[in-house]
Design a protein around this ligand. Structure first.
Ligand SMILES: [Zn+2]
Length: 292
């Protein structure tokens, strides 16, 4: 079974390297990575996409991901259909760019295979985007593609995987938008969990959308977060804890120096994301997402 990097793995927070289509070396290497990615989606048949950087067997990931999954079971296909979702057929996306964003962003539930457990949160995503990327044709020739993703599901997966190749997870964007008080609350919750591990925490039957956006920013319920974190796999929990602590340090430095937000793990400056944080109503929330 191919291992998927969890939140405590520093590689997840490095920008993946660009693929050079004129380099024979790059072509050989990226084919190996694509082959591993295809194996990964076959081993994780509920994944909706997978970036090279998530795959623990790829030490120097290119900016490449698979969008979609050709291996979903009929049962899962029916579950998705009940939610109005059709899993896209696999596309290989190399050197992705988001060239256009149409309309207003809406909150979309995120679930990530690098966050093992029931924890989920929302990010404001655009319903439709225009994208550019390279792909390989049937003869393994590199071809350029420029298209509008009018399939909303493809657009969601693309935006999620794009964060991965940029060296981020959706939780980085959420955590970086939290207030001092919220970050301190989370640190206290994690301390409580580590100081009082419970053998069999209260069962969780469903994925839990903990971090929700509204006009005031991001909200969460402390008790629900504790419950979700008690069911989060240790590597993911440790990584989550580190992200929260880094964000708190960054906020303190920002406050102390009244400068820009420090960037302890290579995140984009907060201002670059301010533009997308404009969700106005919970009515806009899209249906449940799925993992990528
Ligand atoms: Zn992910």
């Amino acid at each position: 079974m191919i291992t998927i990097r969890q939140l405590n793995d520093p590689t997840l927070y490095k920008k993946s390297k660009s693929f050079n289509p004129d380099s024979v070396f790059d072509l050989v290497k990226i084919k190996e990575q694509i082959s591993l990615l295809k194996q990964t989606t076959s081993q994780y048949p509920t994944s909706a996409g997978m970036a090279a950087v998530q795959c623990a067997e790829i030490s120097e990931p290119y900016r490449v991901f698979i969008l979609g999954n050709n291996h979903i079971s009929n049962e899962y296909k029916q579950q998705l259909a009940a939610r109005g979702i059709v899993m896209p057929r696999e596309k290989i996306i190399i050197n992705p760019e988001i060239a256009m964003r149409y309309g207003e962003p809406r909150s979309v539930d995120q679930q990530c295979f690098s966050v093992c457990g029931p924890l989920r949160g929302q990010l404001p995503f655009y319903k439709f985007i225009g994208v550019k990327y390279l792909t390989l044709d049937d003869n393994d020739n590199v071809v350029e593609v420029e298209e509008d993703l009018t399939n909303e599901i493809e657009g969601r997966i693309f935006q999620h995987e794009y964060l991965h190749v940029e060296g981020m997870t959706y939780l980085n964007l959420i955590i970086n938008q939290l207030t001092f008080a919220q970050l301190e609350t989370i640190i206290a919750i994690i301390k409580g969990i580590k100081g009082n591990p419970i053998d069999k925490p209260e069962p969780v039957n469903n994925l839990m959308t903990i971090f929700q956006w509204d006009a005031n920013g991001i909200g969460f319920e402390a008790l629900a977060l504790e419950k979700a974190l008690r069911h989060t796999q240790a590597d993911s929990l440790n990584g989550f804890s580190q992200l929260v602590e880094s964000a708190l340090v960054a906020k303190q430095e920002k406050y102390n120096h009244n400068l820009f937000c420090l960037n302890p793990i290579g995140l984009k400056q907060a201002s670059e994301w301010d533009a997308v944080v404009t969700v106005t109503s919970k009515d806009e929330f899209a249906g449940p997402g799925f993992g990528a």
